[in-house]
Every structure is written in C-alpha cells, then in structure tokens.
Design a protein around this ligand. Structure first.
Ligand code: CTP
Length: 414
C-alpha cells in the first residue's frame, strides 16, 4: 500500500549553506533576528558578527538564541582569536551579508578600512559579499554614498537595494532596509544553481518603439527598457541563451547575451520572428500602438500655421502574434500589462485576448508613488492563467522583480 504521508525534501538552495551575517548599526537591525530564524528554517547555518553600533539595537543573547551559534563582537577575547581568528571566521562561510549596511560601513568597505572585527573580516575574506544598505534618504542620495556604492559594485559586492517609505528618522524616502522576504530571495537567488536555464533560448522584447513621422521626428513613449534589460540579465545569469530585441534606450547592452537593436514595432516584430524558435518569449517592450501611415519622405515644413495631418494605423501586436504562431509558438509566452486602473481585471482580460500563458501586471499610474515608467522600482501581480492563479509580489527594485521572474521560469522547467 502506498503511504499517504510522503516526506517533502527540503529543496531550498540554502540548505547546508553557511552565512556570515555582519549586523551593523541601525534601528532596522531588529529585522536580522527574523532573518536568522527564517534562514535557519531553510537549513542555513548563520554565524554573526555584531558591530559595536549594531549592539546598541540587538543583543548578542537574542542573536545566539536564534542562530544557535556564538556571536562575535568587537569585544572578542584572546580566546576567540585562538578558537576562531577573524580570517577563519570570514572564510568559513559561503557568503557574507552585511545588514543593515550603514553609510559609514559602506564608506569603510569602499576604502578598504579595517578598524574593527567586522571590517577586518570583510577585508580578509575571499568569499562573496552582499550588503543590504539602510540609512536616511539624504545619506543614501549623497554623492559620497553614490560613489561608494558604485565602487562596491565594481568590486563585485552584491547589493540588496533599500526600499522606500517612512524612515526611522521620521522622514519619508529611499533608505529603508530591505524586507526580510527580499533579503531571503536575494540570498536564495545567489545560491540558485546557475545553470537552471542552460539550454533554453529566451526571447525578450524591451524598451519603447519609435514610429517615424518624417526623417527627423518620431512618436514614442516613456519606457526606459530597465525592466526588460534586468529580466534579460537575470535569465542569462541562470544560463539561458537570451536574445534581447530592444527599442532605443540609454542603457548599455547587457553582457553575455545577444542584443538586436530595433527602432519601430515593425522592425521589432521582424527581429522576433527571425529569432524563433525560442522556448520562452517575454514581451516587456512598450510597443507603440500606432504608427504614421503617411510618414513623410522629407522633413515636414511649417506652412503658415496650417497643421500637417498625420494618419495613424495600428501596429502589429507582437505578443499576440508570438502567442498564436502555429509553427513556432514558444512553450511559455509571457506578456506585461501596463495599466493605470482596474489593474487585475484589465491584465486578466489582456492575457485572454492575446493568448499568452502568463502576464505581469504593473501599475504605471503616477498617482501611486514614484513612476514605474523610467523609474527603478516596480510593483507587479503575476497571473499564470486562471483567475485564481495570481501572485501579488512585494514592490521592489526592477532587478529584484527580474530575478523573481527568472526563478519562476526556472521553476516552470523543474
Ligand atoms: N505588446 C506587443 N505589441 C504591441 C502592443 C503590446 O507585443 N503592438 C505587448 C507588450 O509588450 C506587453 C503587452 O503586449 O507585453 C501589453 O502591452 P500594453 O501596452 O499593456 O497593452 P496594449 O496591448 O497596448 O493595450 P492597451 O494600450 O489598450 O492597454
């Protein structure tokens, strides 16, 4: 007889991994307690260095109670050095996470200063380092912090971007420590087997399209291409062969994938069809709905106040064409729905109308916080078919949304 209860194997990529968590000073340090608990549930070993200022906010006792490990502080004794020197401490981990990473800590890291246990361990390590910054929004925007952040990125430090909202100092803005869920997702993504999508060809459209009015003028929209490029990078990082068909943007072509630059919707469609077959297609581009059918061969000149007449015709719907391709339909077709109202209902209707498999609905109204079009942050609902199959994702940096989607696609193939 088949047993009714089967044991579900812990498939977390964190199972058996070791984290060295450096808790910096900041009121958000309390989030690290929940982080430690949740990481341990996923099978991770968490060893903590508590900085002097971190110890103003959380106690070694509460940390060791949750981590089940000794907590290392600046007041570490000679015995600690004998038992566990800072070099060993920094190397006996698979990953080091600094959270909250204060402006001061980031500055020291960027400059290579080693004046306490935490910074010494960071300088001595040969392991990957991740930081979750947290500070007042003015400090986050300060030119010095921008410089330090750029330097840390260049040094290969992984960044878990801060969120926006009310800060401990009472001000509103960017600088809140990332939520525990987001830190866990970032750590999981880091340990995700990098070849999860090896062998899969993924076609992505991104950016706006430019529709010519005459040789010097065009119609376009506000899309920056950031979300599509981030998705392309995240998928390439999981081993997929990515073809990125991009309208004009100010972004650098991401490394490790094939980018096909286009201008108009017609060019974008042709490039997509040329790139088939693909296993997955993701239409992130904000394709212009119309083009000018009487596009002038020469620059249109002003004529005594009389206005030129532009005749518009509808552009091909690339998402719909790929979704209904009888010969080469990708196995998984994903659309985006940029909506300003009735987001869920409109997105669901769009999924049905266009025949795609999943649709990511995002609120592009400017009334709900910072603009999504052109901005770095996004809030999405993912519909994976039926009405009830919806996932409301926490608002996040476009890079994080992209990584989540990449993991979701990897999950589709496992
Ligand atoms: N799309 C496309 N080709 C078009 C128009 C849209 O591939 N000509 C794709 C987009 O890349 C996105 C999805 O369709 O994945 C929805 O785009 P959106 O602009 O939200 O919807 P529209 O179809 O343009 O409908 P509407 O403007 O009425 O909301």
């Amino acid at each position: 007889m088949t047993p009714k209860n089967t044991t579900v194997k812990n498939t977390s990529p964190l199972d058996g991994k070791r984290l060295l968590l450096i808790i910096g000073g900041g009121i958000a340090a309390y989030k690290c307690l929940d982080l430690i608990r949740r990481l341990r549930e996923k099978g991770m070993t968490v060893r903590v260095i508590l900085t002097r200022s971190g110890a103003e906010f959380v106690t070694p006792l509460s940390i060791s109670g949750l981590s089940g490990e000794k907590v290392y502080t600046d007041l570490f004794s000679l015995t600690d050095e004998v038992e566990m020197g800072h070099i060993r401490l920094s190397r006996e981990a698979d990953l080091i996470l600094v959270a909250p990473a204060t402006a001061n800590m980031m500055a020291k890291m960027a400059a290579g200063i080693a004046d306490n246990l935490a910074t010494t361990a960071l300088l001595a390590t040969d392991k990957p380092v991740m930081i979750a910054p947290s500070m007042n929004s003015q400090m986050w925007e300060h030119a010095a912090t921008r410089r330090n952040l750029a330097q840390l990125k260049e040094d290969g430090v992984h960044i878990i971007p801060p969120g926006s909202g009310e800060l401990a100092c009472g001000e509103e803005g960017m600088g809140r420590l990332a939520e525990v869920d987001d830190m866990i997702k970032a750590i999981e993504f880091f340990f995700e087997p990098s070849g999860a999508l090896t062998g899969k060809h993924i076609l992505i459209t991104a950016g706006p399209t430019y529709e010519a009015i005459d040789p010097v003028r065009y119609m376009a929209n506000r899309s920056s291409g950031k979300q599509g490029y981030a998705i392309a990078r995240a998928l390439a990082a999981l081993g997929a062969k990515v073809t990125l068909v991009s309208g004009p943007t100010n972004l650098a072509a991401p490394a490790g994938l094939q980018m096909i630059p286009v201008e108009s919707a017609a060019e974008m469609l042709a490039a997509c069809q040329n790139a088939l077959p693909a296993d997955v297609a993701i239409c992130v581009a904000a394709v212009a709905d119309w083009r000018v059918s009487n596009c002038a061969g020469q620059k249109i000149k002003k004529q005594d106040g009389s206005l030129p007449t532009l005749q518009l015709t509808e552009n091909p719907d690339i998402l719909k064409i790929l979704s209904t391709d009888k010969v080469n339909r990708p196995e998984l077709v994903i659309g985006f729905a940029a909506e300003t109202e009735n987001i869920a209902a409109n997105a669901q209707a769009k999924l049905n109308r266009k025949g795609c498999d999943w649709i990511m609905a995002n609120d592009v109204s400017t009334t709900n916080g910072p603009s999504v079009m052109g901005g770095d942050y996004n809030k999405v609902i993912l519909f994976t078919g039926q009405d009830k199959d919806r996932e409301d994702w926490a608002p996040g940096h476009k890079d994080e949304i992209a990584k989540n989607l990449a993991r979701k696609i990897a999950g589709f193939y496992t």
